[in-house]
Design a protein around this ligand. Structure first.
Ligand SMILES: Cc1ncc(COP(=O)(O)O)c(C=O)c1O
Length: 388
């Protein structure tokens, strides 16, 4: 497979230019096939194998092991959670909070993280500090050190920020936070699938991710990494069937014997097809090679940045240093706000992207299926808008 020449695998790319992998990836034929595999068999043969939770049929444990390997974790440290928000709630609601405990977030976090967090802040009387995102890692680390205190209980930040695609100095932040006794939760919605990741080497406590962006999986799909030695620090809040080793009509409190591993947080009926299709997307990325995906994004980012020099009034708000850049390029035009530019790109040129940085800019995702010719069209469109 050659990166950037894979569009035939994504039927929708025949009629649209897709710069919004950071929102929702296009669905490839192989991911779509995995998504339909179990439901199709159920339609044909009935639900017996589903009812029996037959893993040879469902493929969940194989998918869990594949996902774990991809991010440098062990299979028992992974829970499939369907939504990022659910993963965030599991950690945030389960931590042993005391009134006055402190939380650090950045000023670019997504509501999927902030809403569960603010809800626990409201209920438990916590304090929140906001770290300004900067493309300068040293500056960020200096500001971060100043916010950390002995009361910091949780650092909950994006590994790559959603609006400006800034890759945070995750390793250094993890060490600094843990040295002050804090837990570290990363929002990995925009990192997993963009570059190689090893959560064990990173050393963080929790890492939440989605499948439907850079892993090229279906919507919704998500998972949570819980470092093995932190599993029991997370108290079980919401729970249900299949979370205990035994369960019967006579069970009492003493029978709450949770199953081992992060899997204990998967309860009730599950979206099995979405979980395995998420891993089918991941396997597609693996076949391309995650390093090759990263190199492709860097190449397109350089190409885009270079082309923007010819667009009057264009300003880049994502990192311009290619080593720090990700597949997210955020740009504004001096003569129009980002919401207007975004709407024009969509309506006039059928280009899928979104407004960013509080409506001032547009966010362009330069993913594996984007080609130079797509970027040429985008540059022409931006040049038209900049001079009209
Ligand atoms: C940074 C970030 N976190 C989380 C999410 C999604 O969370 P959920 O799956 O709960 O909608 C997104 C989706 O756009 C995101 O950009």
């Amino acid at each position: 497979m050659t990166i950037g020449r894979i569009r035939d695998d994504f039927p929708m790319l025949a009629h649209s230019t897709h710069f919004n992998c950071g929102g929702m990836a296009p669905l490839s034929k192989s991911v779509g096939a995995e998504l339909l595999r179990v439901p199709t068999a159920i339609i044909e043969e009935g639900p017996a194998r589903l009812l029996a939770h037959d893993d040879d049929f469902l493929g969940i444990e194989k998918a869990r092991a594949t996902l774990a390997r991809f991010i440098g974790a062990d299979a028992d440290e992974i829970a499939f959670t369907t939504q990022f928000s659910t993963a965030a709630n599991i950690v945030i609601e389960g931590l042993p909070w005391q009134p006055g405990d402190e939380v650090i977030v950045t000023d670019q976090e997504h509501p999927a993280l902030l809403i569960p967090l603010m809800n626990v802040v409201r209920r438990r009387g916590l304090k929140v500090s906001r770290l300004p995102v900067s493309h300068n890692a040293d500056k960020m680390l200096t500001n971060f050190r100043a916010l950390l205190t002995d009361r910091t209980k949780l650092v909950a930040v994006s590994h790559v920020t959603t609006d400006s695609g800034t890759r945070l100095p995750a390793e250094e932040m993890t060490r600094l936070a843990q040295a002050r006794g804090s837990y570290v939760l990363f929002d990995g919605a925009h990192s997993v699938g963009q570059f190689p990741l090893d959560v064990h080497a990173l050393g963080c406590d929790f890492y939440a991710m989605v499948g439907y962006k850079w892993l090229l999986g279906p919507y919704p799909s998500a998972a949570l990494y819980i470092r093995r030695d932190k599993l029991d620090d997370i108290d079980v809040t919401w729970c249900g069937s299949n979370m205990t080793q035994t369960g019967s009509v006579t069970m009492g409190v003493d029978d709450l014997n949770w199953i081992p591993g992060a899997r204990r947080f998967e309860y009730g009926g599950r979206t099995y097809s979405y979980d395995t299709a998420m891993v089918a997307g991941l396997s597609y990325v693996e076949r391309l090679g995650v390093e090759a995906v990263q190199a492709h994004s860097r190449h397109l980012t350089a190409y885009f940045h270079d082309g923007l020099k010819r667009v009057p009034g264009a300003r880049i708000h994502s990192p311009t240093d290619l080593q720090a850049a990700t597949g997210i390029a955020t740009v504004s035009l001096d003569n129009r706000d980002g919401v207007t530019v975004s709407a024009a790109l969509r309506e006039r040129w059928n280009m899928i992207q979104r407004a960013a940085l509080r409506g001032t800019s547009v966010r362009i995702s330069l993913a594996a299926f984007v080609e130079e010719s797509d970027v040429d069209l985008l540059l022409d469109s931006l040049a038209t808008l900049a001079t009209e």
